[in-house]
Ligand binder design. Structure first.
Ligand code: ARG
Length: 464
């Protein structure tokens, strides 16, 4: 006589405590894996029939039943039952209710341990593909902006102090490169995600004559996992996915910080689209950069998930432990969070108004062409250290007189070095400074245009 409604209750003399049932149930969140769970079960059933463990009729009943269950779930008519713990047992119980005896055979030669690991890998493989597409969309937006702003001058910063003039297009392409590496990391992680755990069963494999290569092929996995203990226990692939997402979130938080600074009235470099800002309930003049601020804040949330997953995995002995049930919520939220941030950025960036005059004005302050003057002196035969000192004197003079280097006359500049001639004027303009940096990776407008062309090639699939 069964003491409870659980499929595993046969060896139990007393029913499980009500609180413990609720405490250990995961169906509230892992139901999100229903598609992966059904796909995995269909492949498993096909493999079992292929090797003669199931008959063709049993396989067909199972496949048809599972497809019908997927339709029920998608129609919203499926009744999820917490008493059945998780997505796996909910679907299996429903299958048995629908098709009877054949349904009871589906779990032959597998366990929920290899089942859940398979579901998770299918889920993350799909997640990587979604993220890759979403990052590529944002990169395309950035490249378009960079092309439009290839000639726009702004101060480049180090230590958030105006350092040297750069083009805004060049700055935007720095963002493009960060995102390119984020994609590359995810694609790289995908190779380690795309390995099949099924066949590991609970931990030691199964006594049935399974064909794991066939199951792998049906599910599009590159190969079956080599070791059954490892296959059911490690979640390093999920941690790696989250780590790649944490880096992506870190990059998005840096873009956000810049947009927040630049849209402040103190900088005034950009104006964010109204649709991506909010006002203040008390200060009528406020237009707050909420969307970049939220994206910046969400990085903290994704970092938290990474630490959570690392800590869940830490010190777990082989093989499967229930600790691993704690992997799902952080993973789901990581994906949802970074996808939402990417969507926000792809929507917001095209609506940004660039205040080119303000950027240019800021670049013309702060002695941004001081390095150009030093380089000029070096070309005239002055050693770089001496040139550095000469320019420092000129800058000090500029600070005292309130004049930028480009505002000083040649005569004024010659007071600091006789090597300075009339040809210095072109060197000290913003355009002169930019145009001089015309090598690969430099900020010259010509280089930005060339980099935009290469970026477009890469987006079209010719190398990341
Ligand atoms: N809900 C479980 C999880 O997410 C499925 C595997 C349960 N396995 C077990 N032996 N209790 O990890």
């Amino acid at each position: 006589m069964k003491k409870t409604d659980k499929p595993w209750s046969g060896r139990f003399a007393a029913p499980v405590d009500e609180f413990v049932k609720a405490f250990s149930a995961s169906v509230g969140f892992d139901r999100r894996l229903y598609r992966q769970d059904i796909a995995g079960s269909i492949a498993h059933a096909r493999m079992l029939a292929q090797v003669g463990v199931l008959t063709g009729a049993e396989r067909d009943a199972i496949v048809t039943g599972l497809e019908a269950i997927q339709a029920e779930i998608e129609a919203g008519t499926f009744v999820w039952d917490t008493a059945l713990e998780d997505v796996h047992m909910n679907i299996e119980a429903r299958l048995i209710a629908r098709i009877g005896e054949a349904g009871k055979k589906l779990h032959t030669g597998r366990s929920r341990n290899d089942q859940v690991a398979t579901d998770l890998r299918l889920f993350l493989r799909d997640a990587v593909d979604q993220l890759d597409a979403a990052i590529a969309r944002l990169q395309a937006v950035i490249v378009d902006l960079a092309e439009r702003e290839a000639d726009s001058v702004m101060p480049g910063f180090t230590h958030l102090q105006a350092a040297q003039p750069v083009t805004f297009g060049h700055h935007l392409l720095a963002w493009f490169e960060m995102l390119a590496r984020d994609r590359a990391r995810l694609v790289d992680a995908r190779a380690r995600i795309n390995v099949l755990p099924l066949g590991a069963a609970a931990l030691a494999g199964t006594s049935f004559p399974i064909d794991r290569a066939y199951t792998a092929q049906l599910l599009g996995f590159a190969a079956p996992a080599e070791n059954s203990l490892d296959a059911v226990s490690d979640r390093d692939f999920a941690i790696e996915f989250t780590a790649a997402c944490a880096l992506l979130a870190m990059h998005l938080s840096r873009f956000s910080e810049e947009l927040i600074l630049w849209s402040s009235s103190q900088f005034g470099f950009v104006e964010l689209p109204d649709a991506f800002c909010t006002g203040s309930s008390i200060m009528p003049q406020k237009k707050n950069p909420d969307v970049p601020e939220l994206v910046r804040g969400k990085a903290g949330r994704v970092y938290g998930h990474l630490i959570a997953l690392l800590t869940v995995m830490k010190a777990q002995p082989l093989a499967y432990n229930k600790d691993n049930q704690e992997d799902k919520e952080p993973l789901f939220d990581t994906l949802d969070t970074v996808l939402a941030c990417l969507q926000a950025y792809a929507g917001m960036l095209p609506g940004i108004e660039v205040r080119r005059e303000a950027m240019r004005h800021a670049a013309s302050q702060g002695f941004c062409t001081a390095t150009d003057l030093a380089d000029y002196l070096v070309r005239k035969g002055v050693a770089f250290r001496d040139a550095h000192e000469i320019v420092a004197q000129a800058v000090r003079h500029g600070v005292e007189t309130g004049k930028d280097l480009s505002a000083m006359s040649v005569e004024e500049l010659r007071a600091f070095s006789g090597a300075i001639g009339p040809d210095v004027t072109a060197v000290l303009t913003l355009e002169g400074s930019l145009a001089a940096r015309a090598h690969l990776g430099g900020t010259a407008p010509s280089q930005v245009r060339a980099a935009v062309a290469r970026a477009r090639q890469r987006l079209a699939g010719h190398g990341l």
